[in-house]
Design a protein around this ligand. Structure first.
Ligand code: AMP
Length: 423
């Protein structure tokens, strides 16, 4: 058997798993202050949810999805991102019926068949929020503020972050712009790579995302949507910026920021961090998707949100020297002098745990000396030593691991003594 995890996946061993839980805890606390509620959707969906929502011509749908037939011949896809599922779910359960607003957040694994590299996995973990039913620019500024504040709350310094902002227009101004970019690509066919040439027919705006330096240079001269936004989009964009200015959240306008999904309309944004990340420097991003619910056959419902990636966020935290708080694995270790007292040791550990104290004991028949070593390794502040002699007096020895002081305490009140000593 091959004991290695599949390419592009990684086990979350305790240090990393603890970091993931920390990220979720910070998210829960912060997002709740903004009125977001948790939602869990399935890890797989009918393939259509993604092909219709994200768009056939996107990289995600055309190249990166884990799609398979289930035993009944249905086409099923492991979710490559969270928004499509949340919007599908909101439609199914009428969360935005009669103009209601839904504010939701999620956290969990996503799956994309990408070429793995630092910060790019085939199974990766995202946290995201979605606001459905809100068209006002305050909602855009709020979503961006939540993302910004979240990274700040994790300890990533503002000066490490760069918030890029753009407007992708809507159905009244984007189609004409799309056509003009397609025409621009055809006019500059020789200077652009094969893929960008193909994009003229499929997804012209994606040519702005090409990493090829020659393409970047050519696309750097292309007309910008910013200059061709319709009045309503221009006003919306200006108001989003004004709200961000009022909050003091610094942003950089990047007219070439298009992001890889078809469903975006108007505001798009991304937060990049260079320190600690290679080319995969976008730690989170999102935007508005006012037509997505209609694409699923639902009523016109504006919406927007963001998703941030756990792996890259953790790299950014490490680069900033942020440590994820790790509680001691044991506050107290219950050691036994010999096997005769095993039952008492086990019972005492349980009483400590019932009293809310993190307590450990030996399950491997180790000597007293190596039990002390283990207590040290686990970070225990106290060791309760249980021996036949002490027990005859109804007592145990309590040792303070930092001062090395020892005292006898009554077996019955040992949990209370430890709790008092731990403060
Ligand atoms: P996206 O859904 O593509 O907008 O990505 C949102 C965030 O998810 C990115 O900023 C990354 O932090 C993270 N992300 C996206 N794709 C991957 C991947 N293949 N591996 C790790 N993180 C990813």
């Amino acid at each position: 058997m091959n004991a290695q995890a599949p390419k592009g996946t990684a086990d979350m061993l305790p240090d990393v798993a603890r970091a993931w839980e920390h990220l979720q805890r910070v998210a829960q606390e912060l997002f709740a202050r903004y009125g977001y509620e948790p939602v869990y959707t399935p890890l797989f969906e009918h393939t259509e949810v993604f092909t219709r929502g994200i768009g056939e011509a996107t990289d995600i749908v055309s190249k990166e999805m884990y799609t398979f037939e289930d035993k009944a011949g249905r086409s099923i896809t492991l979710r490559p991102e969270g928004t499509a599922s949340v919007v599908r779910s909101a439609l199914e359960h009428n969360l935005t019926a009669n103009g209601a607003q839904a504010k939701l957040y999620y956290a969990g694994p996503m799956f994309r068949y990408e070429r793995p590299q630092k910060g790019r996995m085939r199974q990766f973990w995202q946290i995201g929020i979605e606001v459905l039913g809100a068209a006002e620019p305050t909602a855009d500024a709020e979503v961006i503020a939540v993302l910004w504040r979240y990274f700040e709350a994790l300890g990533i310094p503002a000066e490490n972050m760069r918030l890029l902002l753009n407007s992708m227009g809507d159905e009244s101004c984007r189609p004409a712009y799309r056509d003009s970019i397609a025409a621009y690509i055809r006019d500059h066919a020789v200077g652009l790579c094969e893929e960008c040439n193909r994009r003229a027919d499929t997804n012209p705006l994606r040519a702005f995302d090409c990493k090829n330096p020659a393409c970047r240079e050519v696309m750097g001269e292309a007309p910008l949507l910013r200059d061709e936004l319709c009045g309503a989009c221009a006003t919306h964009y200006a108001e989003v910026k004004a709200h961000l200015d009022a909050l003091g959240i610094p942003y950089v306008e990047d007219p070439s920021l298009v992001r890889g999904l078809d469903y975006y309309t108007r505001t798009v944004f991304e937060i990049q961090v260079d320190a600690g990340l290679g080319s995969q420097n976008a730690i989170g991003g999102g935007g508005r998707y006012d037509r997505l619910m209609e694409a699923y056959g639902g009523p016109a419902t504006p919406g927007l949100g963001f998703a941030l990636g756990f792996e890259r966020t953790l790299l950014a935290m490490q680069a900033a020297g942020v440590e994820v708080p790790a509680p001691p694995r044991a506050e107290v270790f219950v050691a036994r002098v010999d096997d005769a007292v095993t039952a008492e040791v086990f019972a005492l550990a349980q009483r400590l745990r019932d009293a809310g104290i993190a307590a450990e004991l030996d399950h491997q028949g180790r000597s007293l000396k190596s039990q002390f070593k283990q207590a040290d390794r686990l970070g225990a502040r106290f060791v309760l030593v249980v021996g036949p002699d002490e027990l005859t007096d109804g007592q145990v020895t309590m040792r303070d691991m930092s001062t090395k002081e020892e005292k006898r305490v009554a077996l019955g009140s040992a949990p209370a003594e430890v709790a008092a000593a731990l403060g």
